[in-house]
Design a protein around this ligand. Sequence first.
Ligand code: NAD
Length: 330
Amino acid sequence: MVFNTELTRQLGIKVPVIQGGMQWVGYAELASAVSNAGGLGILTALTQPTPEDLRKEIRKCRTMTKNPFGVNITLLPTMNAPPYGEYAQVCIDEGIKVVETAGNSPGPVIKLLKSAGIIILHKCTTIRHAQSAVKLGVDFLSIDGFECAGHVGESDITNFILLSRARQSLKVPFIASGGFADGQGMAAALALGAEGINMGTRFMCTAEAPIHQNIKKTIVDASEHDTELVLRRWKNTSRLYKNKVVEEAVKIEKSSQSGKFEEVAPYVSGKRGREVFINGDKDFGVWTAGQVIGLIYDIPTCEQLMRRIENEAIEAIERSRKYYQPQSKL
Ligand code: NAD
């Protein structure tokens, strides 16, 4: 075993890399591939229309990997409120060992999951939220910098500051999320005090990600300038791939007199975004992407990606040693 961190030890994984929850992407195909490659794959609960569908997806994933995998439960504003407690209960019933939680007022869900001994990895974009989560008894924090895809929070603090603030002030181990696509990034995260990294956009662009090939090619062609922030007006800021629909949504957000979310809702609808991954039309609806999209230049298998990340991280750590020559004892 090369990497030995609090994350690898507690989760029973080989590489300190987690595939973050991604709406319409976190199916068994991807989660099992990541887990088979030594990381922790994650099924996205709300991607399954009902808790019973999540149960089926967990069972399917079990047939595809013998390694541990987790489930993401995100509690953010939605157009149709999901039965979060029922999704959590399915995780308990099906013997899931790790749940990634994210979003607002996660207390009741975390309490239910903790009562069953599930390891909670809670995602947050500020130290204040991280400290509240610590009080709820979470086991790990996933510190999500402003570079990240999807819900970036309202504080706009990038990971260079956020991770060091986490190291200085949190008494619970944390991983770094947002802005990671390679082993150099992982080495930097470990240097800043993290026990591992979380990657989303990078895993969307792997052979096993169950999304249309055109979208993977779009990711390869994109630069770090190709994301856009929407929904700030409603304090639900989301970083998305900058396409025609997002530009329309931003225009309405800025110009709307009423300030009603309903005006922008048809543009940012998740149902429409889901179609993008099925039909391969990058402009059909909105889809999340992090600034890390500018670092992605190929479509490897999860196995190839994870071995490369390990090698790059080891090389980066070795290289940094060259800059330090211990004084020889006289
Ligand atoms: P949806 O179609 O219900 O909503 C689309 C977008 O509008 C989402 O960003 C949502 O947060 C936002 N939204 C909905 N109602 C809102 C309101 N009243 N005010 C402000 N913003 C509002 O969402 P979906 O695509 O079906 O996704 C379901 C849930 O999962 C959403 O909360 C979404 O944000 C969240 N999500 C989860 C992940 C994940 O990794 N688990 C990734 C992306 C989004």
